[in-house]
Design a protein around this ligand. Sequence first.
Ligand SMILES: Cc1ncc(C[n+]2csc(CCO)c2C)c(N)n1
Length: 224
Amino acid sequence: MSAPEYGRAFTLWRKAAPEWDAYTRHEFVEALRRGDLPRQDFLHYLRQDYVFLIHFARAWALAAAKAGTLAEMQAASATVQALVHHEMPLHVQVCARAGIDAPALEATVEAPANLAYTRYVLEAGYSGDFLDLMAALAPCVLGYGEIGTRLAGSGGPYSDWIETYAGAEYQALCHDVGGLIDGALAYRLGPDWAGSPRFDHLAQRFATATRLEVGFWQMGLDGA
Ligand SMILES: Cc1ncc(C[n+]2csc(CCO)c2C)c(N)n1
């Protein structure tokens, strides 16, 4: 499948990430598409994803702290707001309907693949700058956008999940984040950012985060 249009950096990083297809076409994703992913596996994934989102929101808050312009600060803080007030309560709701109440969800023991991924992203932000954070965060945001687009209209028991990411609102967010990243690169590295030595290092960060997304799906299949 051709890459969705989420900006120039995404197009280049995606092409250079060896495990991009292993992430976006993982067996977990295919089982969501076919609709035969066991419910227990999905709930195990959702519980871990709730913990993931806590740290992901922290990483976006760190991005707000490392922002260089008002537009960057607005984009990062809006993402924190959306995560904390929409995406996380949605996980709480879905789990509650499946009999996992809030205290049980809060008591979720973090899987090693989850720890590895979230702390990798946070460390990129602690030791690096806004660009390091964006390169580490991009596979998560934009990969789900690509998966949503490919799975759109599949139907089945996971259609709500699929259509959330296939929908216009989430696709618009992916375009905005792609634009934010291209703008952040130009602002810090100049107009020839794609040819700068820093760009290869950022591509490696993107590839590592992609590899950790593969591990997260695999944890979803293995661990329930
Ligand atoms: C393991 C894992 N990777 C990616 C996402 C997708 N995601 C995480 S936060 C967010 C909102 C925008 O930042 C989206 C779409 C997820 N839920 N879990």
